[in-house]
Design a protein around this ligand. Structure first.
Ligand SMILES: Cc1cc2nc3c(=O)[nH]c(=O)nc-3n(C[C@H](O)[C@H](O)[C@H](O)COP(=O)(O)OP(=O)(O)OC[C@H]3O[C@@H](n4cnc5c(N)ncnc54)[C@H](O)[C@@H]3O)c2cc1C
Length: 375
């Protein structure tokens, strides 16, 4: 088995496959987590997902993250089951938020309505005047680079996983993976876990997968005493995530970290692989965060970083065999949720490769769905 990509998804797949006794070579043209996994945040969210296949995948994935924290140790992943608090600015937004939480509850999510006068008990530094919120105890976080490295380490400890970094895949055909540094690798199946570059890797096999980059910036403040207890964001973030527009969307998601800095994410825009820092986008994120937590107004930002989310047009990942090449399984295009969705994605891939009944119907993630749209 060859897994292309040593990001969060490739690491989770390698771990799941090796645990089942399969031999795996993980190939990456860069280092471990040199792609989007090393350039984003590690929110594990059910709160921002509407009922449907992605939420089903997320609920299972969060359960698996909890299991992984038990097996590997929460510290190894910087796993914090801290819960999320989604807040509404006005009564209309609060009514919509409550209605959406009602639907999520029916899909297995725990969601507790919080009236306006209860918000400060959850987050003492929240701005006054908010209309209310919903608390989601299942939301959690990990440190993505640490978590991916920990999963790869465990996979390699089985003795069944080779890790080939600084090795680009240059060609793909049934039974053969061509690389620039290690010649031809022979294998029964290939997992395309190349994230934002999943479309390029698919093309090496003559397949089509329309993965595009969706840029995001994150602000990192100076280390602070504990100010923000949960992941906190305004309800309009959900609309930003779901937007298909190429234009800038931003609404702050604010979270404290064990090390002290507060992370403020994240913008969304489709501007190709443009790496230039955008001061207006950073200023907008900072202003939105200070609107939620006025105490952040006087805090210094130490740095900002950016990454490119792997975006597919319907915001769902591609998980499963290529329609015309059953030996090629795609596991890419998770956009802004690839950390959260990694363990359940890996479980689906392992079950499909093992010929086992998958824990959920993966049809909505079928990589062939875009071909149908085009024809
Ligand atoms: C600002 C920002 C904030 C985010 N916040 C969150 C969050 O809070 N929660 C969440 O769940 N997700 C979040 N995400 C999204 C998350 O980071 C991604 O969905 C996830 O990292 C994708 O992982 P991956 O393994 O698919 O891709 P990557 O980590 O990009 O790994 C793909 C790998 O494939 C390799 N590769 C590509 N082409 C080749 C080739 N030809 N040969 C060999 N190797 C190749 C690359 O080098 C790369 O290492 C965020 C993203 C950004 C940018």
């Amino acid at each position: 088995m060859v897994v292309i990509g040593a990001g969060m998804i490739g690491a989770a797949c390698a771990d799941a496959l090796a645990t089942r006794g399969m031999r795996v070579a993980v190939v990456d043209r860069g280092p471990v987590v040199g792609g989007t996994t090393g350039a984003g945040e590690g929110n594990l969210l059910v709160s921002d997902k509407a009922p449907g296949p992605e939420l089903e995948l997320a609920v299972e994935s969060l359960r698996l993250w909890g299991e992984l924290a038990g097996e590997l140790g929460a510290r190894a992943l910087e796993y914090e089951p801290k819960g999320g608090l989604v807040v509404a600015r006005d009564q209309r937004a609060f009514a919509e938020l409550r209605a959406s939480a009602e639907l999520q509850r029916a899909a297995g999510v725990t969601a507790v309505d919080v009236p306006a006068d209860g918000l400060r008990e959850w987050e003492p530094h929240l701005a006054p005047g908010l209309a209310g919120g919903v608390h989601y105890p299942q939301d959690a976080q990990v440190q993505p680079a640490l978590a991916a490295a920990a999963l790869l380490r465990r996979a390699r400890a089985t003795g069944r996983v080779d890790l080939l970094t600084a090795t680009a895949v240059t060609g793909l055909a049934k039974g053969r993976v061509e690389t620039d540094a290690h010649g031809t690798l022979h294998c029964g199946a290939v997992v395309n876990a190349a994230g934002t570059w999943g479309g390029e890797v698919a093309a090496l096999a003559g397949a089509t997968l329309p993965v595009l980059p969706r840029r995001g910036f994150v602000l990192v403040t100076e280390p602070l005493p504990p100010l923000v207890r949960h992941k906190v964001y305004a309800a309009d973030y959900v609309a930003d995530v779901a937007s298909g527009s190429a234009d800038l969307q931003s609404s702050a998601v604010v979270e404290g970290t064990a090390a002290g800095p507060v992370l403020i994410g994240a913008s969304r825009e489709r501007v190709g692989f443009d790496r230039s820092l955008s001061a207006p986008v950073l200023a907008r994120l900072a202003a939105q965060a200070a609107e939620l937590f006025p105490v952040l107004r006087d805090v210094r930002v130490l740095r900002a970083y950016r990454g490119f989310r792997p975006y597919l047009p319907d915001h769902l990942p591609a998980i499963g065999p290529d329609p015309d090449r059953p030996w090629l399984l795609h596991a890419c295009g998770h956009e802004g949720a690839g950390i959260g969705l990694a363990p359940a994605t890996a479980r689906l891939i392992a079950q499909l490769l093992d010929g086992e009944k998958p824990f959920m119907d993966p049809a909505a993630f079928g990589p062939g769905r875009f071909e149908k749209e085009e024809s």
